[in-house]
Design a binder for this molecule. Structure first.
Ligand SMILES: *Cc1c(COP(=O)(O)O)cnc(C)c1O
Length: 218
């Protein structure tokens, strides 16, 4: 079933758009089934869950961290994640840079734009992101800014979702023109119910869970 679901999505996904299979709350055996079907990039949103799964699964998996990260949990994430998609505060960004300094690593990150209508959703304002990027080179030497992440408003009204995606797409283009950062190439938008629309708005990464692994039980 996981294999069939993957096949359906990969058939529709344009080449060059990376699929993150969001495996949170699903056991390592489900991840291995997807791995054996050729999917080697997975996303987790809870630090301890990621740290527990890594040693149980193949070494060449590319893990993305996509959840809220507290600064006292960095050790569960930063040794393993090849991309931290969900940097949502200056405090976290500074802690990640400090961890990179202490461990002799440069951490690849996306900056999360507060995109959806929900106040409860995390992320920076557009102004905050511009301020960070104008400081980036000198202030965060152990962080590599790879692009933007956003979660659209949680609604069935696709015109609302599309407006969210159009806003982050336009903002990404604005940042590209203003800062011209060669590594700032990624736009991570789109989940199970809205990823085709995200692709239309130039997603380079889609994060799909339910449509691959089925509903989460929690
Ligand atoms: C859970 C999650 C997803 C995947 O959601 P689905 O609707 O199951 O595809 C994508 N992005 C983030 C940040 C998530 O937490």
């Amino acid at each position: 079933m996981v294999e069939d679901n993957l096949k359906i999505i990969l058939k529709e996904l344009p080449p060059g758009v990376k699929l993150v299979a969001v495996s949170k709350f699903h056991p390592a055996s489900d991840i291995l089934a997807a791995y054996n079907a050729g999917q080697h990039r997975f996303g987790e949103n809870r630090p301890q869950e990621l740290a527990a799964k890594v040693p149980a699964l193949p070494d060449d998996i590319e893990w993305h961290f996509i959840g809220h990260l507290q600064t006292n949990k960095l050790k569960f994430v930063l040794p393993y994640a090849s991309l931290v998609e969900s940097i949502d505060s200056l405090h976290l960004l500074e802690a990640v840079d400090k961890w990179g300094n202490e461990h002799g690593k440069v951490i690849d990150v996306l900056l999360e734009l507060h995109l959806g209508a929900e106040e409860t959703k995390g992320g920076f304002t557009q102004d905050e992101i511009e301020t960070i990027l104008s400081r980036s080179m000198s202030d965060f030497p152990h962080v590599r800014f790879r692009g933007l992440m956003g979660m659209a408003t949680n609604t069935d009204d696709m015109s609302v979702v599309e407006a969210d995606f159009a806003r982050i797409e336009a903002f990404k283009r604005h940042l590209d023109e203003k800062f011209q950062l060669p590594d700032f190439t990624e736009l991570s938008i789109g989940m199970s119910h809205d990823w085709p629309l995200a692709v239309k708005h130039r997603a380079t990464i889609v994060r799909i869970g339910t449509a691959i692994f089925g509903p989460r039980t929690y």
